[in-house]
Structures are given as C-alpha cells and as structure tokens.
Design a protein. Structure first.
Length: 336
C-alpha cells in the first residue's frame, strides 16, 4: 500500500461504525509456527459502546491477550475485521493508536526515569507542549495517588504503584478507549481492591474501558458487560445478571466419593429423574448436579451414594455465579 492510499484509508470511516467504541466481526488469529498452528482467536464478534466498562473473562490461554493485541494494532489479525474509535485496526493503525491507551501485562515503565518524567515523556511523545505535559503529569499523579512518589525512580515503586503509573501513563493523551490486560494479576488482594477503586472512578468519569481478566470476582466487581471466552471463542456475553439468567441460574452441587462411580450412577439410583435435578454428570469419583431448585439436593446425592455403599469424601454447593455459568457452559471447572 502506498502512503497516499494508507492515509486515505485512515480518513475513511466505515459507515455505521461510528457509535461503537470497539467493534469486531469474525475477528481471528492463527499463530503459525513450525510446530503447528495455534488458533488463538476463532472468530470473535464484539460491539462495545462508548462509555462502557467491558470485560473479557477467561482462563489462561483463552485468547484474551491476542484479542487485545489485535484491537491495539500490535498483533495482525488473520481473519475478520475490527474497528476502534471508528478506525479499522488494519487500515488505520496510526489513527487507532492516537485514540487508545494500552496497558499490557508487562511493566514497560522507563526505569531510568522518575514517576513524573515517565508521564511527561509520554505526553511529549504525543506532541503535548512541555508546560501542558507537566500539568497533565501533576493531575495524573494526584488522581493515581502517587504524589509522595513523584520524584522516585520507576524501579523503586511497589507492584501496585507501578501498575497505577502504567495506567496513568496510558491516559496522558486522554484516549477514547483504555485497554487493560490483566491489570491486577500478581497484586495482593488489598492492592487489587485499591486499583479497582481507581478504575471505578475512571469509569464514572466516562472512560471507555476494555479489561481482560482471569479473576471472576474482578469482572463481577467492575464490568458493565462481560464476555466469557475460552479457546478463542465467546461462550456467552452480557451483564452479570444476563449471563446468570441465560446460562440458567443454576446451583451446582458436587459430591466426591471415596472411589470411582459407575457411569450409570445417576440413572441407576434415580438421581437423574429427581424433580430438582436438571442435569447430573458423573466423572470419576464425583457427581455434579445442576439445579435451579437445589433445596435438599445435596442430602439426596449423599444418601443415594451411601445406599450404594459409598463413603463421602467431600461435598460442595456453588450458588449461581460466574463460576456456575462457566461450569454450565463448558462442563469444566474454572481454573485460574
Ligand atoms: N506469539 C505467539 N505464538 C504462538 N502462539 C501464541 C502466541 N501468543 C499466544 N499464543 C497462544 O495462543 C493462545 C492464546 O494465548 P493468549 O492470547 O495469550 O491467551 P490469554 O491472554 O487468554 O492467556 C495460547 O494457546 C497461547 O499459547
Ligand atoms: Mg494474557
């Protein structure tokens, strides 16, 4: 592509895409290597309006970072399309980069610079005059609780402070969309909650945010809408309430016995015919029951097992939550 056509492509806004802060259609990424292909993202459709706090939730390897990579122009898609702030990520990467702030999983602070300098240098990179850059740095230092660390070198910051500075730095040019890839991974619980508070304030101020996380409680605490992803696909999408309703607001009862169960345990004992049992799964030594009316189900499973001469090793009951949604959708336990 010549420079002229590239520039023209950057100016051309795809019709009807202006409203969405982020839109994707069948977005894909297959990594090719001599050891074989990895289908990291297998056709993802997103439509995220301006102002929304959107979460991509999924276990390790689900394709979250690859998706963020494509939306932030760092990873080239192998299929589908994506628009951020109205610009096509492939045809208009420069326009996209001007309108987004990105915090990746690595600490990319400049360790040779102070906190204030990290912010000022980034502002200068975006073309802000020195005086404006200094003022913007001061605002962000206050907003992110870094006042007493203003002149500290970046390598002297705690994990939580570094993460706050990374987010502040991503905001110097007041981007339309802020991308955060696992912003609280590796932080202790208190530091994580402090960071959540900062993100909530940003959201209240109207900042559009796309966050990835493998922490269910993080998605629950922060996001207006959540896409549950696994193996490169969106399994379900909606508000927390919608997800629970659509995946069935089920309680999941799990009982583990001492020793393997016969595969037809649920039929043989009449468990699958029980009025409160929507579905029963047998796996090795455990019975898992999905129920929308779980009263008495746990006791029933235990007594049916005991009647078969089985001893109970362990029993658990999960109330409807993102965890039960994931179990219902995948048949697998959610492992962080
Ligand atoms: N540069 C790469 N080359 C080859 N495979 C990759 C590369 N980056 C990620 N993958 C693979 O793609 C899949 C999705 O990875 P990733 O997007 O990092 O998931 P997540 O961020 O949800 O943990 C994984 O199987 C991962 O091993
Ligand atoms: Mg990742």
């Amino acid at each position: 592509m010549t420079t002229t056509t590239a520039q023209a492509a950057e100016l051309a806004e795809p019709p009807g895409k202006g409203e969405a802060a982020i839109k994707t259609e069948g977005l894909r990424k297959t990594y090719k290597s001599s050891r074989g292909n990895v289908e990291a993202v297998r056709g993802i459709d997103l439509d995220i309006p301006a102002g929304e706090f959107f979460g991509l939730l999924g276990p390790n390897g689900a394709g979250k970072s690859t998706t963020i990579g494509m939306l932030t122009t760092l990873v080239a898609p192998t299929g589908g399309r994506a628009w951020v702030a109205g610009h096509d990520v492939v045809a208009g990467p420069v326009a996209v980069k001007r309108r987004i702030g990105v915090v990746t999983q690595n600490n990319t602070l400049d360790m040779q610079l102070t906190v204030a300098e990290n912010l000022q240098f980034r502002s200068r990179f975006f073309g802000l005059p020195a005086r404006v850059a200094a003022r913007r740095a001061d605002q962000l230092i206050d907003a992110f609780g870094l006042r007493d660390r203003r002149n500290a070198m970046a390598d002297q910051l705690s994990g939580g402070q570094a993460r706050r500075l990374l987010i502040a730095r991503a905001l110097v040019h007041q981007p339309d969309v802020l991308f955060l890839d696992e912003p609280t991974a590796g932080l202790d619980p208190q530091t994580r909650v402090n960071l959540w508070d900062i993100l909530k304030v940003l959201h209240d101020q109207g900042q559009t945010i796309l966050l990835t996380t493998h922490y269910m409680e993080e998605a629950e605490a922060l996001c207006d809408r959540i896409a549950v992803v696994d193996h490169g696909r969106v399994l379900a999408e909606g508000t927390l309430e919608e997800l629970k309703d659509n995946a069935g607001a089920v309680t999941v009862v799990t009982v583990r016995f001492e020793g393997a169960l016969p595969a037809d345990f649920a039929e043989r004992t009449g468990l699958s015919a029980h009025p409160s049992v929507d579905r029963a799964e047998i796996e090795g030594d455990q019975v898992r029951v999905f129920s929308t009316d779980p009263e008495g189900v746990l006791g029933e499973v235990i007594s049916l097992g005991t009647a078969q001469g089985l001893n109970v090793r362990d029993a658990a009951q999960l109330k409807p939550s993102l965890e039960t949604v994931f179990l219902t959708l995948t048949g697998r336990e959610y492992r962080e």
